[in-house]
Structures are given as C-alpha cells and as structure tokens.
Design a protein around this ligand. Sequence first.
Ligand SMILES: [Zn+2]
Length: 347
Amino acid sequence: MEARARRGTSGTPGGGPDAAVAATRGAGAAAHVLTVTGPLPASSLGTVDAHDHLFLRTPALAGQDFEDLDRAIEEVRDAQATGLRSIVEMTPIGCGRRPDLLRELSIATGTPVIAATGYHRDAHYPAGHWVYEASVDLLAERIVADIERGMHPADWIDPAARPDPARAGVIKAGASYQHVTRAERRRLEAAAIGSLRTGAAVLVHTEVGTCGHEIVDLLLANGLAADRIVLAHLDRNPDPELHAEIASRGVTLEYDTPGRIKYRPDSDLLRLVEHLVGAGYGDRLVIGLDLGRRDYFRAWGGGPGLRYLLGTFVPRLRMHVGERAVDRILVDNPARVFAIAGLGVPV
Ligand SMILES: [Zn+2]
C-alpha cells in the first residue's frame, strides 16, 4: 500500500533515480552480472540488447520456432558489426531454452549472454504442463537452482537431469492481457522468492503493456525492492504519462518494438523515449528488440534482424536524446539492473 501511495509523484520520486544509481555504485565498485560463461564485471557488458531471443519454441507461436546454432551465430555476428556487445536472452523455462547452445554461441562469438530462468505467461504453456501444478516453493526452487547450480538442460522435464554448466542471470515472469491469472500470480511470487534468494532481477512480460502497476504491487508485496523489477513491452501501450508514473516507483521499463513496424513507426517510439528522458527517468529505461519469431531474423531470411538496434534505431535515438542519454539506456542502466549483489566476491 505504501507503494501505491508513491504513485503520481512522477516529478519527485523518493530519493530520485540518480540517488538509486549512486547507492548501487557506492555499495561495491565491482558489480558483476552472471552470464552463461560465468560472472563478468557489469562494466564490461558494453552496449546491451536488454531483451532478445536466440533459441525459442512455444505453442503460442507455432511454426515460428528457432533452434539453429549456425543461424544464431550468423545473426549475432551481423549485429556485432554494428556495435552490439551483449545480449540478455529472455527465453524462460518451457519455451525451448537451450543453455548448451547459448554457451556455444557466446564462446564462438565472444558475446556476453545473460540467460533467463523463470516462467512466461499462461499462453506459453499447454494445459497439463507441470508449471500449473507445481507449488510456489517448487517453482522458486527451480529458479534458484538454474541460477546457483546451472540451468536445467530440458525445461525441468526430467528433474534428475544434470544441470548445464551455464547459469541463468535473470528471472522472467509474465502476465496476461488486462489481468494476472491465478497461475501467473503464483509464478510471480516464485520469481520474487528467487530474486530475494539470489539477487537476480525479475523481468516481467506485460501483455500489450497492461497491468504494470498491478505487477509491481504484487512483487513489492512479496518483498522485492523496486530496483530489482523490470517491466517489459510497456511500449506496446505507448502512454508517456503512465510510463513516467510507473518509472517514478523506482522500476525499470523495457521497450522492445524498434523496427517492428506492425506495432507502430519508430518515430512514435523515439518520441516516447524522448518523453521519458525529458521527465527525468532516463536511468529507468533499457531497450531490446525481443525478436521472438523466426521471421524477425535476417539469418532466417526475414527482418528487422538483430542488427537493427545499433545499426538503425540507436543512430536515430542519438539525434533525439543525445549521446549521454543513449549511453545510459544502452550501457549504464542494463549494467546496473542486471548486476547481482555479491557476485564475483570470493567466498
Ligand atoms: Zn521476449
């Protein structure tokens, strides 16, 4: 309830976003992120695509699965040539996550990859899937195991299987359009527990940008700090006032429709970023492409391709908000939000 009271104070967020950044940095000069090849100094991430997919298979997008290492490597190399350095791969448990291939890709291309544990919204799991029956404790336990021991190699179908050496470094959760189902609520609770135990951020899929406040309320009520929460796809509902209001709660917003013209022209998205930066929330935003269909990749003969973020969108963004704001959005903010406290410290 305290969190709700903070709403609507977009001009004067508690402590201010800059204060939060300073506090994080002050807490430890060497913050680390957890990539599929192990912990890395967060400062070495460079430019980050904060939400994308390299391997994916889900019943919600039949015929659009992609699970081809060579094509993924080709796509990543093409993006590297534009200046992209690191990728946050948000394919969660049950959606064709491939820790082994992510590791191979990361080593082959030299690209740091932060992989996801956690769960998507209901639409991505067929009736009878174990995620509906599992207790909150079991859901949380599997999140923690993916982060601490290494990701399960096959979506926890056979719980006894040996974990892959690649550990997850971020937790996914998801909600439906205009409502959070009972099962999604339980998975959000599990994500909060997983984050409290490991320190990893929780990135939540919002459907068409809805339920933002509700999701934040639920996670805060479960003990999560606002700076561990990232809300994805808010740009699908491009409402600048709502976005500033949510950012004022200390949450990070993630936009991911650059180049996906079926949603809206990039000019609209550029104005949206400009508004958020102008309202003082330039350090509450990260951007990815969220290419979740085979047709979105150049290596599969489609587009816009992974190269679009740095190659096409960011040069335009720079003209709208300037170099410093772009560095915050692409480099500083992801380094802060995906860092895990205590990582990299010898025990
Ligand atoms: Zn996604």
